[in-house]
Design a protein around this ligand. Sequence first.
Ligand code: SF4
Length: 768
Amino acid sequence: MSSKEYKGGGPEVPIEFGKLKLKAVDTKSAGLPAVWSAGVKVVENMTAGSAVKTLFKLNQKGGIDCPGCAWPDPDDDRSALGEYCENGVKAIAEEAMRRQIDAGFFRKHTVSQLAELTDYELGKLGRLAEPLVLHEGSDHYTSISWSEAFRLIARHLHELSSPDEAIFYTSGRTSNEAAFLYQLFVRAYGTNNLPDCSNMCHESSGKALSETLGIGKGSVTLKDMHEAEVIIIMGQNPGTNHPRMLSALEKCKRNGGKIISVNPLPEAGLINFTDPQSPLKILKGGTDLTDVFLQIKVNEDVALLKAWLCLLLKAEEQRPGEVFDWSFIKSHTKGIDSLIEHLKTQDAEALIAQTGIPKDQVLKAFDLILNHKKIIICWAMGLTQHKNAVDNIRELVNLLLLKGSIGKPGAGTCPVRGHSNVQGDRTMGIWEEPKPEFLDALKETFDFEPPRQHGFAVVDAIQAMYNGKGKVFFAMGGNFLSATPDTYFTAEAMRRCDLTIHVSTKLNRSHLVHGKTALILPCLGRTDIDIQNGQAQFVSVENSMGVVHSSQGQLKPPSRVLKSEVRIIAELAKQVLKDKINIDWEEMANNYDLIRSKIEQVIPGFDHYNERVRQPGGFYLPNSAREQSFDTIDQKALFTINELSDLDVGEDELVMMTIRSHDQYNTTIYGMDDRYRGILNERRVVLMNAQDIEKYQLAEKELVNVVSTYDGIRRVAEGFISLPYPIPQGSCAMYFPEANVLVPAKEFARKSKTPISKSVIVKIEKRK
Ligand code: SF4
């Protein structure tokens, strides 16, 4: 057993402390503080003109799609005052900042110097203004022409002994048009190494839903959210990560709906929502949301769901035919008998105890489930980033199937996506495990034989780069190093590449931890006007509920040298593939309608794509589960038997979950204040239960090291302030990406390979 150790600090995760200030944990979300916080970012980064041009168009029909999360826009009227949330404004302000950094900036600043800055400070530097290269052995990025950059990439790709030595990563901001062209280029080049950020977030949802319901996407619409009788929110913090969802929850409440929230943390956005656009609601103190809050121990969701299933079975046995929706079960499902047999072996009392939630609370919530049929379950990373993540989601599907709460108004599944087009990218074919029928359609349409062997998911890509099997790493957007687990291991893996290439709008840590040679290709952002061949182009995206809609940039790009993602791929493909296959990349880059026509040919559900995407609000993609038609092996929705958490936590260990602060979006740090949790101006904190702080004999705000040990490797997150917080005993929470150093890349969810970022076993060590 090797006794390797990864310790904190260094260019991967510089250690820098803020001046910690604490305030009471909030029980209200949004309201005027949200307006103020968003306003500060606008003033800091934008001109008045660009603010007006973008914010009045943000999430409006025919306007700019928010580059934040993937919460849907209303089908009908949208708020003229502003169809966006605080974090939507921050996402725009981050991208539409006018500060720029060019080769001149990099002449003054070495990569080593820049790597000492925090992610927050890097994000403030400005938009990338021109293509940059970092030659082997140099510590300065220098200017490079686009054509030379494409030639350099082509040279490296051609020198590989196999296309499978190249890895093409995608972040969820990439538009449908760019994603489709990207996968086409990569497959024409000869590999399926197309890992994406979905591998690290909702891959577990996709796997579980495809297996049980025949489609890897949620089944509900926004209208269903408003009509639900009961909404159960599990492992999700909508107040920070999907803030406009709070408006939908408020509408549901107004319509008489009830909300059950299941979360280790009492998040303000689950408790109360104060609509900042309604002075009356502000005066009245907002709308209370959650009716039953279940403060669950980390990773005990299957125990809770299984307890409810047992109680449903007991009620059904007492009142046969009145609890289970037998007409739905008989006509649409398979596996009910084995589920019932399984539940009869379970002890509901023991399961409830395992959750750490008071029994009366579990029963209060159960009462709502028992007495209603229009039930929606919403979830996010709190369910998807565990070893048994796929079991978590299959078990919640069991509950909905027993109640017949699928494919009916006000009922169904709702995995909420955290990136504006992560669902669209997958629909476009950004997947390392493409379906044969998709590859057949590509072959049919473009007359080439695409590779059939499945490629690398994110965790495989990291291992491949580390083992020298991945030599060229290309990232379409994102911040791979900070988003991925096992930061030091991943950093080492990236450094072993011959070439790393990032298509980006702003500088981030992945540019500073790089391959032997590195390239930065600056692209247009979602807010920038995209002119091709003299014509303004628009792109399209798909939100969490399967609505495909357009997005049109409104601002003059910050630099004349920038290219759109589509243009970058087209020109690169021409350089790399030459005339290997007969595709007119230039023509498609000149007119995105041509890309959409090809998408229409290859991907079902995109008929008349160019007409329908121009309709105000766009169009819904087909969703079989929404129609109670289940495209599974047996054409039936499937009941399944699922595993409880098998975490083996020692007496002196805790289960750590990574969290986002309210002032960040994925790896982008907007600010240092986690306003709702009352933690201001500091990110190096570990939130612990007061009794655990006592158990570890820690002084107030004592600085500690947090340590995880997996496969003989000690991973040390050095220097975190221990803070008492209302979190269940035995659990603790830390911000990502700082805590990703503790998450082992070799430990991931069964079936989906999603990192276990929400249940890492750690020890708290006093610093010497
Ligand atoms: S809820 Fe999500 S998509 Fe909507 S404005 Fe906020 S961040 Fe953007």
